[in-house]
Design a protein around this ligand. Sequence first.
Ligand code: NAD
Length: 416
Amino acid sequence: MLCRVAENGRYMRRARSSGRAPAHDCPESGRRAHFHCEHVISAPYPHLRAQLRSAPKVWVVTGVAGFIGSNLLQELLALGQTVVGVDNFSTGHRSNLDEVLASPLNGKAQFRMVEGDIRDLETCRAACKGADYVLHHAALGSVPWSMDDPLRTNAVNVDGFVNMLVAAKDAGVKRFVFASSSAVYGDTSDYPQVEERLGRPLSPYAASKTTNETYAVAFQMSYGLQSIGLRYFNVFGRRQDPAGAYAAVIPRWIASLLRGERCRIFGDGETTRDFCHVANVIQANLLAATVNDVNATGQAYNVACAESVTLNQLFQVMRNRLALQEPRFGLELPQYDAFRPGDIRFSCASIEKARRMLSFSPTHSVEQGLEEALGWYVEKAQATAGHPVAAMPRHQPASVVNPPHHSGTPLTLVAS
Ligand SMILES: NC(=O)c1ccc[n+]([C@@H]2O[C@H](COP(=O)([O-])OP(=O)(O)OC[C@H]3O[C@@H](n4cnc5c(N)ncnc54)[C@H](O)[C@@H]3O)[C@@H](O)[C@H]2O)c1
């Protein structure tokens, strides 16, 4: 079997023998993607982290109570940064903040919460005042939701986005980094997807993210606000919500398996996705915010692992890993339903541009990320429902989740 190995920021092929999950081709990349890969971090990111530790900055994270936002918060606080969080808790959870804040803060770290809606310009201004960097992640992030309610998606994802651009520009922030999406590739037949070639958007959500990218470039051209869009490809990890009606596939399936219910696969299961652990997303954000080369700004980058995984493969790996703890999971079979309108059939990213321009180098393969995420979900299930599944191996116990304690705003927490 072949496994991609990152060495000095470049992937190499290396022979490997194991009886692990089947590989899947990512044809135009000329590589064979695989679950079992070792990633070696390249030099720039550790260097950047050391720099931030010694000279902390002020960061605005919108959508801070959501899945990606709370992971950004956790990492920035661990690096001793000052974070101003913005959220209206529409899809995010106070418990996500509680979990992050339950860990001991780095000595210099500070956190201030602005509870509010990005559709309100004054909320955006209150957050951006005095900030160095904005990491904009507040949005309605579901394709099916956008098809059910395109007006609300537009109001939050486009009007709210422009509010944040205006607030960031007026506050004089150094860089505006924002969450775009692989959805912008729409019906392109390119495989893997490269940044320069977009298809037609297949959903209002996709249209909103394409519009974000256009607005960001327009603000850079008009006002000199430097921006970078990050096109995420199926991010997963701890704190991704399994409960919502439009939950993403990995947390939804984990929850189904743990409840003893069948996992639903829309289509024949040969749909592919480029799953990306949230640690890689955090890295991309910090690199994008601080990259010195101004030519790297005013553009969008794929953020992924460049590993193409079918839903059938994903199901097998998740089932088999849980079966290591409890054999009954090994008998689980998925339930196949009709294809969902708006879903992209094949998705695999080229990350060469992010490697070249941002020094992006994924540290977590799908395999490593799944192990971490599964462990976290299993422990959550045990903690909240007394679920009998044994804990996953090699996973540190999750922080105790406190009952909500910060309903008022603004909230300022300073590490003691
Ligand atoms: N998770 C993925 O796989 C993925 C893939 C591509 C792009 N993205 C993008 O990344 C970003 C974060 O996604 P996520 O998965 O963490 O989603 P999430 O739903 O967990 O987080 C979004 C957060 O934004 C907040 N929010 C929503 N509307 C708001 C408003 N009007 N004002 C203030 N806050 C508001 C929500 O309460 C939530 O906490 C989104 O922009 C999403 O479109 C995510």
